[in-house]
Design a protein around this ligand. Structure first.
Ligand code: SF4
Ligand code: SF4
Length: 478
């Protein structure tokens, strides 16, 4: 079966994998991508170690469920900020994709950056050029060069995996996991082993299949692109009919051939194994390797570059480029609304937060006739320094809060649950409830008064040992 009859360019007719062994061609986009890639690699490796306001520059802490982003801290209770952050991210991605297509995939995605600028260069260094790599593929068993390559890949996968995990559990824990005996932290050791294995599988074997099959962003982009989006495309009007260039020594009567000399260079360099001359395909990550390859060929033939270029579907069809269209106006507007919401909610955040939590039993009748009502408070210090919180419980005469200290000290960014009980005379309730208040103030001017709804028995019944339903306490922030 011919290659044209394949379902996918990386799949043989019998279902076996076609391994992509791209050639490297230097060019204007190669040089620019390399600068971007090295910058991103440094950022990826360094960010977990950089601290701003005592927090990593970027970390999604799975333990505390906090998200640190360049000094801003998002907590699960920052519902509105998180919502606006998520919306800003989503609209930003949609907008960037609409304007610049898969530029992210080809230039900045960690998968592409690590594969094309770290793993493949090492592969070429050890196994040689694509033909030499294919010769090793065809050898029975496993060659010494391939063993060496895989050993280095395992080490690299270990580095990538640990750095990746640092974004979720922090540098200290990873350092502990890596430097201590696995028996001290079997779960952590297991996580590192599994993630290292996944990274090795991805970069040594699965490679471009991740972009084609596994990445949801890659799949979603087909619906985000329109005829005006930036894509890498071959210009068939200029290139066809393709054919080998006429020999200069022969007299040419009328050469109707297009500029494509069918050299195959654009296919040989493609990291996803496609032939861009067949039109836009889902595998294309917009890396522009084929642009550099074709520009090199055109330059040698003294023809204009740009037979394959960054363009749009509309431009290729001879239509004018339209920057302003419904999508490029609606998406920025939505992004602006979400981003403004994020800034406003971040700006409105206070130095602390305090709220009452539900308790399983709103009250309990004691043998001495008093009513015991549990109160559960959570106080969160959102500042970068320690704070002392003063708690004042205000209720009817004769009511005694038990287990409540007057002050609590919380470290920077610490959240603490404070539980105490309120002992009330049975007769202090009206229709089974009583309104009280809890005043919380820090030593830096922040304060809030939380209304407390204390539930008690409906009737003055001494045998009433009923436990009420949820919702004994309600809290509001002032
Ligand atoms: S590199 Fe350019 S000239 Fe060569 S096959 Fe591709 S499009 Fe044609
Ligand atoms: S077709 Fe060109 S731009 Fe697309 S993935 Fe292949 S080399 Fe990169």
């Amino acid at each position: 079966m011919s290659s044209d009859a394949r379902v996918l360019p990386t799949l043989n007719a019998d279902g076996t994998r076609v391994r992509v062994r791209p050639r490297v061609v230097r060019g204007r986009f190669f040089d620019r991508r390399r600068i971007v890639a090295y910058g991103l690699l440094v950022a990826f490796l360094a960010l977990p170690w950089i601290h701003i306001n005592g927090r990593p520059a970027m970390m999604m802490d799975l333990g505390t469920r906090e998200f640190a982003l360049f000094g801003a801290i998002f907590r699960p209770t920052d519902t509105l900020s998180l919502l606006f952050f998520g919306l800003s991210l989503a609209f930003g991605i949609v907008l960037i994709t609409t304007l610049w297509g898969r530029l992210w995939c080809g230039w900045a995605c960690p998968q592409t950056v690590w594969l094309e600028w770290v793993f493949r260069p090492i592969e070429r260094l050890i196994e040689g050029n694509p033909s030499q790599q294919r010769a090793i593929d065809a050898q029975p068993g496993i060659s010494g060069r391939r063993l060496l390559k895989h050993a280095i890949f395992v080490g690299l996968a270990f580095v990538v995996a640990n750095t990746f995990l640092m974004y979720f559990v922090g540098t200290e824990r990873i350092t502990h996991w890596v430097t201590q005996s696995p028996s001290n932290h079997p779960v952590g050791f297991g996580v590192v082993v599994v993630v290292t294995g996944l990274m090795f599988f991805d970069f040594a074997y699965f490679r471009e299949q991740t972009c084609t099959f596994a990445c949801p962003y890659g799949r979603m982009q087909s619906v985000m692109l329109d005829r005006q989006s930036l894509i890498v495309a071959y210009d068939p009007k200029r290139g066809e009919p393709r054919g080998k260039p006429a020999k200069k020594s022969l007299p040419v009567i009328e050469d109707k051939r297009g500029d494509c000399v069918d050299c195959g260079a654009c296919v040989q360099v493609c990291p996803t194994g496609i032939d861009i001359r067949k039109g836009l395909q889902m595998e294309c990550i917009g890396c522009a390797q084929c642009v550099d390859a074709c520009d090199g060929v055109m330059t040698k033939l003294e023809r204009p570059i740009g037979l394959i270029r960054y363009t749009s579907g509309a431009e290729l069809a001879g239509e004018p480029r339209k920057l302003f269209r419904a999508r490029t106006m609606i998406y920025p507007a939505l992004f602006a609304v979400a981003f403004t919401g994020l800034m406003v909610t971040l700006g409105a955040r206070q130095n602390a937060d305090a709220w009452l939590e539900r308790t399983s039993n709103p009250y309990e009748m004691l043998s001495d006739g008093e009513v015991s009502s549990p109160v559960q408070l959570r106080v969160e210090n959102r500042t970068d320094g320690p704070r002392v919180y003063t708690l004042t419980y205000q209720d009817a005469a004769g009511v005694k809060p038990m287990g409540l200290q007057p002050t609590y000290k919380l470290a920077a960014h610490q959240a603490r649950q404070i539980a105490f009980v309120v002992l009330s005379p049975r007769g202090s309730f009206s229709e089974g409830k009583r309104h009280a208040a809890l005043h919380v103030a820090d030593d830096d001017g922040w304060s809030v008064t939380l209304p407390v709804l204390v539930l008690g028995p409906q009737h003055d019944d001494h045998d009433d040992h009923e436990r009420g339903h949820d919702g004994a306490h309600e809290g509001e922030h002032r």
